[in-house]
Design a protein around this ligand. Structure first.
Ligand SMILES: Nc1ncnc2c1ncn2[C@@H]1O[C@H](COP(=O)(O)OP(=O)(O)OP(=O)(O)O)[C@@H](O)[C@H]1O
Length: 272
């Protein structure tokens, strides 16, 4: 259903994603791991068409995604909704209106300007908020909610678009462990109950192991691992992160970045 072939992104003479290829035949929950600068965000941004690929192809259910322009590109961005580490809500706007923002693509400019949302959309938004356990906060300003609650509102906004794919770029990197678990549990449930594909960039190995059916490991722009959590042995993880023999199972990419800072040879993949 989703086919990525030799997808490449260059920024000047830096290759952020280098001939990445993978195929997803049925909706799955996929985690992308790798150290900072490995190309994970760039990969998701190309999938969502926020960034244009330099080379290669993305096909979804037979459609050439890389070729889409204008309205067709915006439609794809609705089918392939993205959530971000920093939630990207409008802080002073109430929670329901933030969620209804997910319908902007299909509403007229006039309706948008005057905040005229159809009643059934408002009801759907509340139902989705309820599903995510934050309906009681519907009337509050987004900025009044905790980080974990805001991320659930961001997921609700994504669901409002009824997407086939949810792309999550480090969705729990700003959250404490308890809220991180709540957000990952919700994403997993959305996958299990709705059959939506979820592709998440994840900072910590244990999260990827625990929640994902399939893990893709990136290093210096290349896919260096693609398999199940069981196949992701400590040795494989060490290769993905370019980490030394002191690498431990509980290590996170944050800990590894610090290791890399001390090892100049491993800095290639880091931002300039
Ligand atoms: N807009 C840009 N202009 C120039 N270089 C960029 C741009 N975006 C990303 N890069 C570079 O591309 C490489 C991959 O970056 P990317 O953000 O995709 O990595 P990442 O694995 O998501 O890292 P992190 O976990 O730190 O977010 C890095 O070397 C980065 O500096």
């Amino acid at each position: 259903m989703l086919e990525i072939s030799a997808l490449t992104k260059r920024f000047g003479d830096r290759t952020a994603v280098d001939k990445a290829s993978f195929v997803v035949t049925e909706p799955a929950m996929i985690g992308i791991i790798g150290s900072s600068g490995a190309g994970k965000s760039t990969m998701l941004r190309m999938l969502n068409r926020l960034t244009d690929a330099s080379e290669g192809a993305i096909r979804f259910q037979g459609q050439d995604i890389t070729a889409l322009t204008g309205r067709a590109r915006r439609k794809w961005q609705s089918r392939c909704a993205m959530i971000f580490q920093q939630f990207n809500l409008v802080p002073r706007m109430d929670v329901v209106s933030n969620v209804l923002h997910g319908t902007l693509n299909r509403r007229s400019t006039l309706a948008t300007m005057f905040n005229l949302y159809p009643r059934e959309d408002v009801e759907t938004a509340i139902e989705i908020l309820d599903r995510l356990g934050v309906a009681e906060h519907a009337a509050k300003r987004a900025e009044a909610l905790s980080g974990g609650q805001q991320q659930r509102v961001a997921i609700a906004r994504a669901l409002m678009q009824d997407p086939a794919i949810i792309l999550a770029d480090e969705p729990i990197a700003s959250l404490d462990p308890m809220n991180a678990q709540i957000v990952m549990d919700r994403l997993r449930r959305i996958h299990d109950e709705d059959g939506r594909m979820v592709i998440a960039n994840l900072h910590t190995l244990d999260t990827a192991r625990r929640y994902c059916d399939r893990i893709i490991g990136m290093r210096a722009g290349r896919i260096v691992f693609d398999g199940t959590p069981a196949q992701l042995t400590t040795g494989v993880a060490r290769d993905i992160y370019g980490a030394g023999a002191d690498f431990s199972e509980s290590a996170t990419s944050t800990a590894i970045e610090q290791d890399e800072a001390e090892r100049p040879a491993a800095r290639m993949a880091e931002p300039a």
